[in-house]
Design a protein around this ligand. Structure first.
Ligand code: UD1
Ligand code: CA
Length: 455
């Protein structure tokens, strides 16, 4: 059995932000969610998050995670003080406690599993994760004997110049035999540069403590400022893109593309440059997305294309083409083999198969059937200033250019609407609707010769 405590009470002064540091987003989720997620393979019996600065926000952000408990650290007096706050919750707990910093988001679940296994096999009082960093600045330094048994951890700011040369650092990831930790936690002092209670001092009090080096030091990057946040994002993106390329997806220009970890992409999809895939998005095989597109929480069916377009919370079925410059949002549903063209906006609208909306249109709150053709410049007037109303357009009907469709409105099947019409009454099946002023011709009419204006 193992319990997990995640340190997430600090403000994160170096972020220069009013948002608590651990809530800053790394791709599709916050730093602290990444930290919690890294415990996926060790099946913790309890997960305790220590909150303090902005605690309401942090509680809210983690509200969707079942089984997470919170404990308040009202004053942020250091990482050791933070862990002291879990003691009442863990009274009588005899097993191991894994402590993670909430600002270390890139840990792989296998790494924590390995840490825990090493800890158990060696019967250590504590086992800590370490790394050899090319640039160890800012991290606590770890000094060990030849057998990876810890001699001392010293914070960067408390190091002598000689100690600063040591490139083995403390990752902020610890596995403790909890009864041992509970014994030394009350002994912490604040005799250090920051005058804080350091968790690292608790480690210094225990024995034996073993250090385990992580293979890939990028995993333990701690986020203290915006630059490190951007570095972590680049690392995460690298992992995600490598994964999809290995799975048969072409990324024409990986550098200019971003993909959230929540996105699913099938083989033989081509992602063109400057394309961003976010949230719960699924792209099915053979589709071509981009250049220049943003797709969020949307499904794109097989063999579809999306060019220079923005698609949110929507669905596009097989073989349809979208763009350039289309905007789908608010549960737009496009059937198969449809064409959604230039400067078209679809909101809360569903289109049947083989329906085209090719130019300069807005369809809001509309249901159109199959093989409908929406003429260029057709706009639904779906809002009367108070409420939204729906427009229904039957199979095979055609609107004309510059039609205004005033909802609520039903246009039945096989209807044709004349160009320039404003339609505010239902149109029955198999008919032509014309609603515009007749053209007037005045034969022989000329502009009167204008009288010159005096200077
Ligand atoms: C800490 C370690 C350092 C290690 C580094 C790894 C200590 C004393 N130092 O330094 O050895 O190399 O992490 O990233 O532990 N927090 C609280 N309450 C507090 C203070 C901090 O919950 O009172 C939380 C923060 O929200 C953060 C985490 O603890 O998630 C780490 O705090 P931070 O101030 O960033 O520690 P570092 O200086 O990075
Ligand atoms: Ca940190």
């Amino acid at each position: 059995m193992v319990a997990v405590a995640v340190l997430a009470a600090g403000r994160g002064t170096r972020m220069k932000s009013s948002l608590p540091k651990v809530l800053h987003a790394l791709g599709g989720r916050s730093l602290v969610e990444w930290a919690i997620d890294s415990t996926a393979e060790i099946a913790p019996s309890r997960q305790i998050v220590i909150v303090g600065y902005g605690s309401e926000l942090v509680r809210q952000a983690l509200g969707h995670l079942a089984g997470v408990e919170f404990v308040e650290q009202t004053q942020q007096l250091g990482t050791g003080h933070a862990v002291q706050q879990v003691m009442p919750l863990l009274a009588g707990f005899e097993d191991n406690l894994l402590v993670l910093n909430g600002d270390v988001p890139l840990l792989r679940p296998q790494t924590l599993k390995l840490l825990l296994e090493t800890h158990r096999q060696n019967g250590n009082a504590a086992t800590i994760l370490t790394a050899q960093l090319p640039d160890p600045k800012g991290y606590g330094r770890v000094i060990c004997d030849g057998n990876n048994i810890l001699k001392q951890i010293i914070e960067d700011r408390d190091c002598t110049p000689a100690q600063k040369q040591n490139r083995r650092i403390n990752a902020g990831v610890y596995c403790f035999r909890y009864p041992d930790l509970a014994r030394v936690l009350p002994q912490l002092q604040t005799n250090n540069d920051q005058q804080e209670y350091y968790l690292t001092d608790a480690v210094n009090f225990l024995s034996p403590v073993m250090a385990v080096d992580v293979d890939d030091y990028e995993e333990i990057l701690g986020i203290n400022d915006r630059k490190q946040l951007a570095t972590a994002y680049a690392i995460l993106q690298g992992r995600i893109k490598d994964h999809w390329m290995a799975a048969g997806v072409t990324l024409v220009d990986p550098e200019s593309t971003t993909i959230d970890h929540t996105v699913q992409i099938q083989p033989d999809v081509v992602i063109e440059p400057q394309t961003h895939l976010r949230g719960q998005t699924v792209i099915e095989s053979g589709s071509r997305i981009g250049p220049g597109s943003l797709i969020e929480n949307s499904q794109v069916g097989p063999e579809a294309t999306v060019l220079y377009s923005v698609i949110r919370d929507s669905r596009i079925l097989a073989g349809s083409t979208v763009g350039p410059y289309a905007h789908l949002r608010g549960h737009a549903e496009v059937g198969s083999n449809c064409r959604i063209g230039n400067f078209v906006e679809l909101k809360n609208t569903s289109l049947g198969d083989r329906t085209n909306v090719a130019h300069l249109s807005y369809l809001g709150d509309t249901t159109a059937g199959t093989q409908v053709n929406i003429g260029g410049g057709t706009i639904t007037a779906n809002y009367d200033g108070v409420k939204k109303h729906r427009t229904h357009i039957g199979d095979r009907s055609k609107t004309g250019v510059n039609n205004a469709l005033v909802a609520p409105l039903t246009i039945a099947e096989d209807v044709t609407i004349a160009a320039g019409s404003t339609i505010n009454e239902d149109v029955p099946a198999d008919s032509l609707a014309i609603a515009r002023a007749r053209q007037v011709i005045k034969p022989g009419w000329r502009l009167r010769a204008s009288t010159p204006t005096p200077d």
